[in-house]
Design a protein around this ligand. Structure first.
Ligand code: 3PG
Length: 391
């Protein structure tokens, strides 16, 4: 933004790496567009400053060099055009050169289709760097990945800097945890402990309540000696879950294990839902949500919290019969006087479903990147920008 304010990008070719990796339904319609909306201020700023603007992003995890229609950023180009109120042409093959005029914006097709993107090939990164005068990294959600369009290009571009979204996200998340108002409650939910073990361990040293949900809660229930029937869980991580519970206890903090749950016999939207005490889950039951008593108890804790960190819905909220737990938690976060900070794709979808956008203190566009900043890790794609700024 400083470069724009100083008039330094007028007539310059500006290459913006955004994170436009948005969820879509089977018909290719965007179901949640926070990331597209969050990319607009940087693009608009560069356009207003008279730059020739190129924007790219990855979408999903395609096979390099193999284009499939579902890998295309076409729906994103359309949404971006609506938000910017101008045409946004989509350019398919772009690595070897693109024509963009000052005052125009062009979206460059899914960068993960380029061979060498994921591996951060220097050859590809150099070609991308040659497309522009200024590289702007504004893809907070992908800043934990060192790929050609997030890391390599920042090494080789004439000028490389952070965009407003990247800077604001890192600032907001690190500040929220630096000196939080207590009690500090974190909700970490999702299907697997293995994908969130580092964050669970790191939060176990910091938070007053570590609320677990989804498949993660099932593994914690096993660790607490409760039956989980045929629910999703990782038996090999029960020891790790037990260690987290013990570490929290030793600090006088708590991992509230569900005392009641909503179960079904199949994973289906129309499967009959039954509320059961946690100790009474049958061998053929699937736990698909926390029960009403657990949800109420957690809601009370959230109402009394000073700071809340939220990552992950506590049940299968896409199915109405198993959405009550997540809905209760979402409304408690919205009503709580605590400063709340939320991130992750499913969390954003839950926030949108319950219409609580305005009641959450800070909504991050990051999933993995959000968790890494919470853990206190440095994001490689941000580090390289800092290194370049130091010269
Ligand atoms: C995300 O959705 O978390 C980011 O866009 C990163 O996607 P990735 O995990 O495929 O790198």
């Amino acid at each position: 933004s400083d470069l724009c304010a100083q008039g330094k990008v007028r007539g310059q070719r500006v290459f913006i790496r955004a994170d436009l990796n948005v969820p879509q339904d089977d018909a290719g319609r965007i179901t949640e567009d926070t990331r597209v909306r969050a990319s607009i201020p940087c693009i608009q700023m560069a356009l207003d400053a008279g730059a020739a603007v190129m924007v790219t992003s990855h979408l999903g995890r395609p096979t390099e060099g193999e284009f499939k229609p579902e890998d295309s950023l076409a729906p994103v180009a359309q949404r971006m055009a609506e938000l910017l109120g101008r045409e946004v042409p989509l350019r398919a093959r772009w690595v070897d050169g693109v024509e963009v005029q000052p005052g125009q914006v062009m979206l460059l097709e899914n960068c993960r289709l380029n061979k060498g993107e994921k591996k951060n090939s220097p050859e590809l990164a150099q070609k991308m760097a040659a497309l522009c005068d200024v590289f702007v990294h504004d893809a907070f959600g992908t800043a934990h990945r060192a790929e050609a369009s997030t890391y390599g290009i920042a090494q080789y571009a004439k000028v490389a800097c952070a965009g407003p979204l990247l800077a604001a996200e890192i600032d907001a998340i690190s500040k929220a945890l630096a000196a939080p108002r207590r009690p500090l409650a974190a909700i970490v939910a999702g299907s697997k402990v293995s994908t969130k073990l580092t964050i669970l361990k790191s939060l176990a040293d910091k938070v007053d309540q570590l609320i677990v949900g989804g498949g993660i809660a099932n593994t914690f229930m096993l660790a607490a000696g409760l039956p989980i029937g045929k629910s999703l869980a990782e038996a090999d991580l029960v020891g790790e879950a037990r260690a987290v519970i013990q570490a929290m206890k030793a600090r006088g903090a708590e991992v509230p294990i569900p005392t009641d749950v909503v179960v079904a016999k199949q994973f289906a939207a129309d499967a009959p839902a039954t509320v059961k005490a946690a100790a009474e889950v049958a061998p053929d039951d699937l736990i698909l949500d926390i029960g009403p008593q657990t949800a109420q108890r957690l809601a009370q804790q959230l109402m009394a919290a000073g700071t809340i960190v939220w990552n992950g819905p506590v049940g299968v909220f896409e199915f109405d019969a198993f959405a009550k737990g997540t809905e209760t938690i979402a409304h408690a976060i919205a009503r709580s006087p605590a400063f709340s900070i939320a991130g992750g794709g499913d969390t954003l979808a839950a926030i949108a479903k319950y219409g609580i956008e305005k009641d959450v203190g800070y909504i991050s566009t990051g999933g993995g990147a959000f968790l890494e900043v919470l853990e206190g890790k440095q994001l490689p794609a941000f580090e390289i920008l800092e290194k370049r700024a130091r010269g």
